[in-house]
Design a protein around this ligand. Structure first.
Ligand code: OGA
Ligand code: MN
Length: 293
């Protein structure tokens, strides 16, 4: 196994590892360290069953089953389908608009997400260039680059995150298939609070834990001041200098660290340009204890 750094702010490629086979304990430690350090890992040219994808993913922690979601692999609810494809019966084969703006997965949940593991089976291309790239920003770099005054201001602060924020934003986009959240769905995902600055469990360094998709309010500040600081942080953290882009190829397994990055799925392909991806969501259960929260 070889881990090759992208040389950019995030990203490394893992060569010589067949993910259909069990990863050894020593390899696992290396991968976990690399994920913390590089934020985004890609494993090219994989050939995996859904069960093998799930088995690799669950090495990293407890898998989330999205109960509201219809797009699950039959018999394997931990494996979800992201796709713009439609079956012969006219029904969508997958969630078609996943992650199409900057966000951090499950920051709205008490137990936050650690990593997402995606397996690209169909990737749209135009003029030889991949479409539907996934973009990332580094929250290690974004935190380090804050002024001392802003670091002080954020110290000890907590932020409210709300599932409904991203949902309603996606729903407001033209052509969205999302309906309004039902009162039951809203009640199932009440807003939660997390520290604005976290010590990353792998790197031991501070990261900014805020994102435009779900972050609503810095709880300890008056509303107007919270709005002003959040607006600043959202602009700050998305700067081009913190960005990295994964250009998909068929057979890529892509995993990212949700504690140290934000991501955005670029919706630059048409309905007749198929994209089909299998996905597992790993929670941060190996690092955080809910009982202690
Ligand atoms: C996700 C997501 C990005 C993509 O799976 O959480 O945001 O490029 N997907 O599909
Ligand atoms: Mn996402």
């Amino acid at each position: 196994m070889q881990i090759i750094q992208s040389g950019e702010i995030l990203g490394a490629r893992v060569e010589g590892l067949d993910l259909s086979q069990p990863v050894s304990p020593a390899e696992f430690v290396e991968l976990e360290q690399a994920l913390g350090r590089y934020g985004v890992l890609s494993y090219p040219k994989q050939v995996l069953t859904s069960l093998q994808l799930k088995q690799f993913a669950e090495r990293f922690g407890q898998l989330e089953i999205n109960v509201a979601n219809a797009y699950q692999e039959p018999g394997l609810p931990e494996v979800m389908i992201l796709s713009n494809k439609v079956g012969p019966d006219g029904k969508p084969l997958g969630l078609s608009d996943a992650g199409q703006d900057w966000h951090t997965d499950m920051s709205y949940s008490k137990m936050v997400a650690f990593t997402n593991i995606l397996y690209g089976l169909e990737i749209p291309h135009r003029n030889g260039e991949p479409l539907g790239n996934t973009e990332f920003v580094s929250m290690h770099a974004a935190y380090d680059d804050l002024s001392e005054a802003m670091k002080q201001r954020l110290e000890g602060k907590t932020i409210t995150h709300d599932f409904a924020k991203f949902w309603d934003m996606m729903r407001a986009k033209p052509g969205s298939a999302r309906g309004p959240l039902t009162p039951a769905q809203r009640a199932a995902k009440p807003p939660v609070s997390h520290p604005a600055v976290m010590v990353h469990p792998i790197t031991g360094k501070k990261v900014l834990y805020a994102n435009p998709g779900y972050s609503m309010r810095i709880n300890e500040l008056p509303e107007a001041e919270s709005d002003e600081v959040l607006a600043f942080l959202f602009t700050h953290q998305l700067q081009a200098k913190f960005q990295y882009k994964h250009r998909w190829q068929v057979g890529d397994v892509l995993m990212w660290d949700n504690l140290g990055t934000l991501h955005n799925a670029v919706p630059d392909y048409r309905p007749d340009e198929p994209r089909y991806i299998k996905r597992c969501q790993v929670m941060a259960t190996r690092y955080f204890d809910l009982a202690a929260a």
